[in-house]
Design a protein around this ligand. Structure first.
Ligand code: OGA
Ligand code: NI
Length: 348
């Protein structure tokens, strides 16, 4: 029997204009976003100017900044990244237009199978989630783009063109950023060069409608991304990251900036020198929020382990090899709140 792929999207739910959120979305008290007194600390988070990256005299400064940011939080924002504002805006506008389509049209892309290269859904994995998250999404495989783009939505009519340009720009930026991240670990900038170029890219296009009770629910639960790094473009503020003391920091919205976060594959590759950044999405009563996360990893079946240069007597191998495919098998069976894939790779 086919698994059930039908669901009620949050977009459909919000058309009912209820004052309260359905029970299914109400988190247990300890998981709610406002429970801890230390939540939402306003801090200055690292902002890195990439315009200096190709200047031999300044590149090492960028690498130092990236090293400090990756060590502390596994997170930074980048400006002067070279991607035109129109590409970023067009992608978010296309995302919004897609989520505004009638349900029947979006449901053509719905699937309960997390392995589908194009998948419309709600919450995280609505078949497994015990509590639902206030989020609709469309996931799109993107690299190499010629292999996947014909599967993407053809409505709105400019969707493929605009999201395609965006995906290309993210893939190029990701390669430049990985070189810097590798150098910041003392590795050769060309380490895993081809694997990174031929790696998998998934665009997670997220829609978080305004929520009447944002204190009781989340758009996305705390998680780390599975890949090497994620580049996030957002229409409004709403992302929070967790520091080593388990305190949440809201990420300020900076016009034109892109958010970069390390994922599990970077943690494994760096043998734990860097950690994947735990993050979550919070909600608000005022405005629908759109975000596009470009999730990069090695090719789906390709395994990644600690870089041999980062293993020595003081730093024994701390992780087993893992792959994107194994991560998918993990989330197909478990709810993200129960099992964290990175924990299955740690060697104690
Ligand atoms: C993701 C993610 C956060 C956001 O798609 O993995 O963490 O702010 N998104 O939408
Ligand atoms: Ni994420």
């Amino acid at each position: 029997m086919e698994p059930d792929s039908s669901f009620t999207s949050v977009m459909a739910l919000t058309l009912e204009r209820q004052k309260n959120i359905p029970e299914q979305y109400v988190l247990p008290p300890l998981q709610r976003p406002n429970m801890s007194l230390t939540d939402h600390i306003p801090t200055s988070l690292p902002l890195i100017d990439l315009s200096m990256i190709n200047h031999p005299a300044h590149r090492s400064q960028v690498i130092d900044e990236v090293h400090a940011a990756c060590k502390q939080l596994g997170f930074f924002q980048v400006i002067n990244h070279g991607i035109p504002t129109s590409v970023l805006k067009d992608a978010l506008d296309s995302a919004e237009e897609f989520f505004n389509l009638p349900s029947e049209e979006k449901m053509c892309f719905a699937s309960a199978d997390v392995h589908e290269p194009v998948r419309y859904g709600t919450s995280m994995n609505h078949g497994k989630d015990k509590v639902f998250y206030w989020r609709d999404f469309l996931k799109l495989y993107a690299n190499p783009i010629s292999e996947w783009i014909h599967l993407w939505p053809s409505n709105p009519p400019s969707y493929r063109e605009k999201m395609g340009s965006y995906a290309d720009a993210m893939h190029t930026l990701q390669k430049r950023l990985m070189e810097v991240v590798l150098e910041s670990l003392g590795l050769n900038a060309n380490y895993l060069h081809e694997d990174i170029d031929e790696g998998s890219q998934v665009l997670a296009v997220n829609c978080y409608p305004s929520c009447p009770e944002p204190d009781l629910a989340l758009g996305m639960p705390p998680h780390t991304d599975y890949g090497t790094l994620t580049i996030l473009n957002q229409s409004h503020q709403g992302l929070e990251i967790m520091d080593h003391d388990k305190k949440w920091h809201s990420v300020p919205f900076i016009e034109g900036a892109l958010i970069v976060q390390l994922g599990d594959q970077s943690e494994v590759m760096s043998n734990g020198r860097y950690k994947g950044t735990p993050h979550r999405a919070i909600l608000n009563t005022q405005k629908k929020r759109l975000s596009i996360a470009s999730l990069h990893s090695l090719a789906i079946e390709k395994k990644i382990g600690p870089a041999p240069e980062l293993v020595d007597e003081q730093h024994p191998v701390a992780y087993k090899e893992g792959s994107f495919a194994e991560f998918l098998d993990c989330i197909a069976l478990n709810s993200v709140s129960d099992v964290k894939y990175i924990d299955t790779l740690r060697i104690h």
